[in-house]
Design a binder for this molecule. Structure first.
Ligand SMILES: Cc1cc2nc3c(=O)[nH]c(=O)nc-3n(C[C@H](O)[C@H](O)[C@H](O)COP(=O)(O)OP(=O)(O)OC[C@H]3O[C@@H](n4cnc5c(N)ncnc54)[C@H](O)[C@@H]3O)c2cc1C
Length: 406
């Protein structure tokens, strides 16, 4: 039987985390000749989950490089339009962009994994780097050995907790509410004036973006699509404690499963929306499937590798969603990882080179996203901007949101 470190056989990689970052890493490493096993703690397929994500040329190129197709990737929007509180378009810029769904990208990459290499229901709990190999400890299957370990296990990464225990995600002071509404359920004027665009509402203290995505089953036909509603709303520390507490009184750590969000929390959200959001977006919210919220956290690790272990995607660095780079950044990490590991036999040196390349690039995205987040709360000098017409940086926000930073 092949042992880790044997000469002349494919080197073995374990990837922890079976979301998009883990799938990019696993497929890129397989394409570079590695024998890859991917472990996902969730016991059932992740398909059918998530909401909208934006694409960039860079992401498209990496989807193809991973081995997938761009057929039916998503919906093309041509313009970005900012609306005011009365629902009038107040700024328009041309920015053609394909918007897709988390589920579409995940299923394209998931389909590339050979039988038996994507293992559900296996939870990483920590690792030991033994110098000539790395041992991953798992809750269900005990220790597993490999030449390298990739922690693609998200912003609360167990792999990062062993590598860099001092790095903890920080709450940014606001949450994002997301919801999906079926195109066919929307009033005619909303379908005509709002649905087709990448929409914005940019008052002081809160912000909406939204865009059309495919309907269930990646249905791209007009009339069968959905609107992806994304709304950033401020929350103070004790407010977040309350939002994360379920009806049984249990306070959830960092995030709460959508079905456990209490009715009072949803009612408060609806009341805040009614007082602050434009009519077309209220129409969309009213026709949405159950809205869910995610607190905004971020972090960025100072190194993305130590010894035989690398971090990728959100485990390595979270750029807040304003920049729309979560999936693209994870794909870039995976490409760089496989490229450096393909250059020679010294995996530790290759992982150091990977880290040296990706830390500064990720930090640029992380900082740009923080700046976009900070601007949500900016007011015009001497004004209030409750109507979304006079944000001092509205053009800059529209031009930089969900765009790869230079
Ligand atoms: C189900 C799901 C839906 C999402 N939907 C959207 C969306 O609609 N829009 C958007 O912009 N972003 C979405 N995201 C986030 C987006 O995937 C990430 O921001 C980005 O793609 C980087 O992904 P990642 O793979 O690095 O991290 P994540 O997507 O966070 O994935 C981490 C994965 O690791 C698994 N995991 C965690 N801990 C362990 C462990 N100890 N052992 C084994 N596995 C572990 C998790 O279950 C998860 O599948 C979603 C993530 C998930 C998991």
């Amino acid at each position: 039987m092949r042992k880790v470190g044997d000469v002349g056989v494919a080197r073995k990689a374990i990837v922890s985390g079976g979301s998009i970052g883990g799938l990019f890493a696993a497929n890129m490493l397989r394409n570079a000749g590695w024998d890859v096993t991917l472990l996902e703690r969730t016991g059932v397929e992740l398909s059918g989950r998530g909401a909208g994500i934006v694409t960039h040329d860079l992401l498209n190129a990496l989807i193809v490089k991973a081995g997938a197709t761009l057929d039916d990737l998503g919906v093309k929007v041509e313009k970005r339009v900012a609306f005011d509180l009365d629902g009038n378009a107040v700024r328009t810029i041309d920015y053609p962009q394909v918007v897709t769904s988390w589920d579409r990208v995940h299923s394209l990459l998931r389909a590339l994994m050979p039988e038996g290499t994507y293992r559900l229901g296996v939870t990483a709990t920590g690792y030991r780097d033994l110098g000539d190999r790395v041992v991953l400890d798992t809750a269900e299957e005990g220790p597993m050995e490999a030449d390298i370990l990739v922690g693609a296990d998200g912003f609360r990464s167990a792999v990062r907790a062993t590598m860099l225990p001092e790095i903890q995600p920080r709450f940014a002071g606001y949450v994002v509410w997301r919801a999906l509404a079926h195109e066919k359920d929307l009033p005619e004027d909303v379908r005509r004036d709002v649905f087709e665009h990448f929409g914005f509402f940019v008052p002081a203290g809160t912000q909406i973006i939204g865009y059309p995505i495919a309907g269930p089953g990646n249905d791209l036909r007009p009339g069968h699509r959905r609107y992806n509603f994304v709304w950033y709303a401020p929350v103070n520390g004790s407010g977040l404690d309350d939002m994360l507490t379920d009806a049984s009184g249990t306070r959830h750590d960092l995030s709460i499963p959508p079905p456990l969000v209490r009715k009072e929390v949803l009612d408060q959200m609806q009341a805040f929306a009614a007082a602050h959001l434009p009519k077309p977006f209220l129409e969309i919210l009213a026709r949405s499937e159950r809205p869910f919220f995610t607190p905004i956290y971020d972090h960025c690790s100072p190194v993305f590798a130590k010894g035989r272990v690398a971090l990728s995607g959100d485990a390595a660095c979270v750029a807040r969603p304003h920049i729309g780079m979560g999936v693209t950044k994870a794909a870039c990490d995976a490409e760089a990882l496989a490229r450096h590991l393909g250059k020679g036999d010294d995996v530790v040196a290759s992982l150091q080179a990977y880290s040296a390349e990706r830390v500064p690039q990720s930090r640029t995205a992380h900082e740009m996203a923080q700046e976009l987040g900070r601007l949500i709360f900016d007011k015009p000098a001497g004004g209030e901007n409750r109507d979304g017409r006079s944000h001092p940086d509205i053009e800059w926000i529209m031009a930089k949101t969900a765009v790869v930073p230079a």
